[in-house]
Design a protein around this ligand. Structure first.
Ligand code: NAP
Length: 281
């Protein structure tokens, strides 16, 4: 499996296709990640809040694949934005994964209504993890254009990526444009909208034309727009299917037809980052 890479603004490269482990039970995580690595995925997206970092690390070690061949991302728990807490949590993430260096570490949510709205101090702390070498790259997730502008203005440090909800029903174009303007790579979470776009007639017609599934066409659409994706599945056949997207391409008209399915804010399936304030107890 030959997966294209994107070069981040840190000079590091990231495989454009990865494997997401949100909502994979820790008890099922070693098996799912092992299947993904056997199929050829070399990029795993986890988070402290997913509760399965330890199992991701275990699957990587058991695979015997050299560490440098696998790109690993994790994210700061919403409960630990204060600099001293972030420092401790990051050390715990490295420990759980069993890694000395992580490829990418993200602020999971900006939480603008928490911590006195001070996600800038959190970002400064994240930047220190890159400075001391424990994170090859650092970035953010669920940051709106105003959040990006603020951290860049106040720290001068540009995130390597912004991981946000993007799929055919939620193009998130303003955020993607802001990312591009700053030289930030966009990562598209819930790339198939957790299955909600898979019965769409426009996508079905394109899929039939290519002899591909609607999931494969949707993932291919993301790749052709230049975004990074990491579909999640615990089903081996689907894990394989989601990786078989490098033997066909969409025409510009097909890409445009899928982009035209965008429903704006109504298409959002997850929380609005301007309002989301969840902190685990
Ligand atoms: N930063 C954030 O705030 C954030 C938020 C959400 C997600 N993410 C990241 O993005 C990753 C992907 O997003 P997601 O997990 O929300 O959703 P997703 O990848 O869009 O969809 C996953 C769902 O679709 C099903 N599925 C997967 N492949 C399929 C296929 N080929 N055909 C039919 N159904 C299929 C899976 O079922 P089975 O597992 O039962 O096969 C699962 O229910 C996450 O795992 C996580 O790494 C990040």
């Amino acid at each position: 499996m030959s997966v294209p890479t994107i070069t981040l603004n840190t000079g590091r490269t990231i495989p454009q296709l990865g494997f997401g482990v949100f909502q994979i039970d820790p008890a099922d995580t070693v098996a799912a990640v092992t299947t993904a690595l056997e199929i050829g995925y070399r990029h795993i997206d986890t988070a402290e809040m997913y509760g399965n970092e330890r199992e991701v690390g275990e699957a990587i070690r058991r695979s015997g694949i050299p560490r440098e061949e696998i790109f690993v991302t994790s994210k700061l728990n919403n409960g630990f934005h204060r600099p001293e807490d972030a420092e401790r949590e990051f050390a715990d993430t490295l420990d759980a994964l069993g890694l000395e260096q992580i490829d990418l570490f993200l602020i999971h949510w900006p939480l603008p209504t928490r911590y006195d709205g001070d996600f800038v101090a959190t970002w400064r702390t994240m930047a220190s993890f890159a400075d001391d070498g424990r994170a090859a790259s650092v970035g953010v997730s669920n940051f709106q254009p105003a959040h990006l502008a603020r951290i860049i203005d106040e720290t001068g440090v540009i995130p390597a990526v912004n991981q946000v909800e993007v799929h055919p029903y939620f193009g998130n174009e303003a955020v993607r444009a802001a990312d591009a303007a700053h030289g930030i790579a966009t990562e598209a979470w819930s790339p198939i909208a957790q299955g909600k776009v898979l019965g769409d007639p426009v996508i079905e017609e394109i899929a039939t034309a290519h002899g591909k599934s609607t999931a494969q066409v949707t993932l291919r659409w993301h790749l052709e727009r230049g975004d990074i994706v990491f579909p999640k599945s615990v089903t081996p056949d689907r894990i394989r299917e989601n990786a078989e997207i490098f033997d066909f391409s969409l025409t510009p008209d097909e890409v445009a037809a899928i982009s035209a399915l965008d429903r704006g804010e109504e298409g959002r399936t997850g929380p609005n980052p301007d309002e989301f304030d969840y902190v685990p107890r």
